[in-house]
Design a protein around this ligand. Structure first.
Ligand code: NAP
Length: 251
């Protein structure tokens, strides 16, 4: 029988893999055969999830620091000898404020993590992905596809919109090396990042109703799309921008 979505023998890095969407992706990749390096800033969180999964290796690596990023990639190559999949997932959401209320430091912090961070890690990973003909998956957002009334997080939206364009640019630049680059734009997914927005049942109902399918997403919803892009089954798919959002961006 044809076995689909098999990641046996593949080495994956999932940035921000200690919780939320990144952890959902890492768990599904491991279930489908991959060895998964999960990264983040908090060692305690990484150790906690790594100790529950023999296919995980947790490495502390802040995407804002090129030295930490390069050391992490070097460690992965030293340990496993190859890299097949990179998921650019680590990200932060700033406080919701109108544009004229954001100061430059807040703006720069978000761009440094959500955009320059993805540049740093992808740059360090490319020489190794060129050897394996690997797959890069960028986690953008519905907020990168369109503006939403009341969602005033301009640095975040700008970083996510830029990641959509970079997906297409990197897909073109590295297609000859058989590196595929694809992008997922989630709607609201139930994670620590979004929990502060639905503390009450009424808020939850409001957010669920924002999605035509009638509910917000789970990390697993996003992980299933990432698995398709990671596996060789999608070998003819590159530069794709996939909304996994319960239809939110259609409104
Ligand atoms: P989350 O639960 O807050 O998890 C964020 C992850 O990123 C954590 O593992 C965190 O670990 C890591 N991280 C943050 N800053 C980092 C840094 N400087 N270096 C390395 N790791 C860092 O968030 P999430 O909801 O799962 O979001 C994951 C991605 O999906 C983000 O890019 C987010 O923008 C995107 N997204 C989320 C939603 C949503 O509704 N949840 C919707 C659309 C897109 P440490 O804190 O230990 O560093």
């Amino acid at each position: 029988m044809l076995q689909l979505l098999n990641l046996d023998g593949k080495i994956a890095i999932v940035t921000g893999g200690s919780k939320g969407i990144g952890l959902g992706i890492a768990e599904l990749f491991a279930k489908n055969g991959a060895t998964v390096v999960i990264t983040g800033r908090n060692k305690i969180d990484l150790d906690k999830v790594s100790s529950n999964n023999s296919k995980f290796l947790g490495i502390v690596s802040d995407v804002r620091d090129s030295c930490q990023v390069n050391d992490m990639i070097n460690l992965v190559i030293e340990k496993f000898g190859r890299l097949d999949i990179l998921v650019n997932n680590a990200g932060i959401l700033p406080r919701i404020k109108k544009m004229h209320e954001i100061d430059e430091k807040e703006w720069n912090d978000v761009i440094d993590t959500n955009l320059t961070g993805q540049f740093r890690i992808t740059k360090a990973a490319i020489p190794h992905l060129q050897k394996s003909g690997g797959s890069i998956i960028n986690i953008s957002s519905d907020a990168g596809l369109k503006a939403y009334s009341g969602f005033n997080a301009d640095a975040y939206s700008a970083s996510k919109a830029a990641l959509i364009l970079l997906t297409k640019s990197w897909a073109l630049q590295y297609a000859k090396d058989k590196i595929r680059v694809n992008c997922i734009c989630p709607g609201v997914v139930d994670t620590d990042m979004t929990k502060p927005f639905y503390k009450t049942e009424k808020d939850k109902e409001f957010i669920n109703a924002e999605h035509p399918i009638g509910r917000m997403g789970t990390p697993e919803d996003v992980a299933k799309a990432a698995l398709y892009f990671a596996a060789d089954d999608s070998s003819w798919t590159t530069g794709a921008i996939l909304a996994v959002d319960g239809g939110e961006s259609l409104k």
